[in-house]
Write a protein that binds this ligand. Structure first.
Ligand SMILES: [Zn+2]
Length: 76
């Protein structure tokens, strides 16, 4: 098969949503071997489609309790 993709590395602040550039909380590994990153908002928006094309969906949206409308600065 293919090379080692670090299977369960967590997402960091450097990971950005492919759609809007906000911090990514969901990483989707595609059947094609590619990867997509989504923020909580866009992962929800595309969830149905993603289920059809994804091998794994690594979801860290549980980290978000209250989701601000915009990308918050890390001021916590
Ligand atoms: Zn987004």
């Amino acid at each position: 098969m293919t090379t080692a993709l670090a299977p369960s590395s967590t997402l960091s602040a450097a990971d950005r949503c492919d759609r809007c550039g906000a911090q990514a909380y969901v990483r989707v590994t595609l059947t094609s071997g590619g990867e997509l990153l989504f923020c909580a908002h866009h992962s929800r928006e595309h969830a149905e489609k993603l289920r059809n094309i994804a091998i794994t969906i690594h979801d860290e949206t549980g980290k978000l309790e209250d989701t601000p409308a915009v990308a918050a600065e890390d001021d916590r």
